[in-house]
Design a protein. Structure first.
Length: 319
């Protein structure tokens, strides 16, 4: 496993991260989470991402139990202020100061820890940036949070929050999360350039598009809905299932075969070669999945391979 500093922070993180969405699923037991966390450590992964709303809190609770005395050996990332959080109106789920401060207390209890390595607002599009950054800065000063970040933050708000923190001597954002993959590159337009400008590490999620880029599904086969996890993945898989994407997938599978690697390894390794990306979130519902995902950190893509992938994906680097 390789490691990198996250942006301009002192956090030294594995290039592959464990995502916690599936760990809160009704399909997954505590004993399974225990085994996944053990496999994570065995693979050299030292960063776990979760959130206040994942599995209505089950994800944080299970991760906290699974880590136990090993909590000090991981970088714990969690998020608050998502609109799906349940409050009585008018205090709806937003990354307001009120909600961010309240939710961090619950996160600490669930995760069985007295500090969070990186606390992030979950959807930063509904509250003024100065309110969010001031609340986060206060949480760092309280000692409950060590570093701060955002998730799904519009690029303009990411820039305004960063400038505000810089101009007022506040703690800077070190991490930003958003969806990013070979087949979803919208973050390249503004969000990633903004991260590069302010030294923020960009952390992609949905890197395999809910399994579409892993080669797990075949064209024409029905998408299973037999489990809660499959039901969660189905909307993404439905969006991905276009004629153009199936053709692209076939070409990508040929590239992977030519280099003797699995398609999931190619998709993850490609992300690790992109600007501002220091670590990539990968989900897992079994120990075997996290072990397989970790292999991508060892894949080196040469200039010729990257150029071939650019051509397949329709990327013009000179534009």
């Amino acid at each position: 496993m390789e490691y990198r500093y996250l942006g301009k922070s002192g956090l030294y993180a594995s290039r592959i991260s464990l995502g916690g969405v599936q760990l809160g699923s009704e399909d997954v037991s505590q004993s399974q989470v225990d085994r996944i966390i053990a496999a994570m450590f065995a693979a050299g992964i030292n960063i776990v991402d979760t959130a206040y709303i994942y599995g209505s809190g089950r994800s944080e609770e299970r991760i906290g139990k699974a880590l136990g005395e090993n909590r000090k050996d991981v970088i714990l990332v969690t998020k608050g202020g998502h609109w799906k959080a349940q409050y009585n109106p008018p205090n709806i789920g937003t990354p307001s100061r009120r909600n961010l401060v309240q939710e961090v207390e619950t996160c600490l209890k669930r995760l069985k820890t007295d500090y969070i390595d990186v606390y992030m607002w979950h959807v930063g599009d509904s509250v003024p940036p100065h309110e969010m950054i001031r609340a986060m800065d206060d949480l760092v000063k309280s000692g409950k949070v060590l570093y701060i970040g955002g998730s799904n933050t519009p690029a303009w708000k990411l820039g305004v929050a960063s400038e505000y923190a810089r101009n007022h001597g506040m703690n800077p954002l070190v991490l930003e999360q958003s969806g990013y993959s070979m087949l979803n590159r919208s973050s390249e337009l503004e969000r990633i350039p903004c991260c590069l400008e302010y030294g923020i590490s960009f952390m992609p999620y949905r890197a395999l598009q809910s399994g579409f880029l892993s080669g797990r599904y075949k064209k024409g086969d029905p998408i299973p809905e037999d489990t809660a996890t499959n039901q969660y993945n189905k909307p993404t898989l439905d969006r991905m299932s276009t004629e153009e994407n199936w053709e692209t997938l076939e070409q990508l599978q040929q590239v992977a075969a030519d280099h003797g690697i699995q398609h999931r390894e190619l998709a993850l390794a490609w992300l690790l070669h992109q600007p501002a990306v220091d670590t990539v979130i990968t989900g897992a519902s079994s120990p075997e999945q996290i072990t397989e995902n970790a292999k991508a950190a060892d894949v080196k893509l040469g200039p010729d391979v990257l150029a071939r992938l650019d051509e397949i994906l329709g990327i013009d680097r000179d534009r």
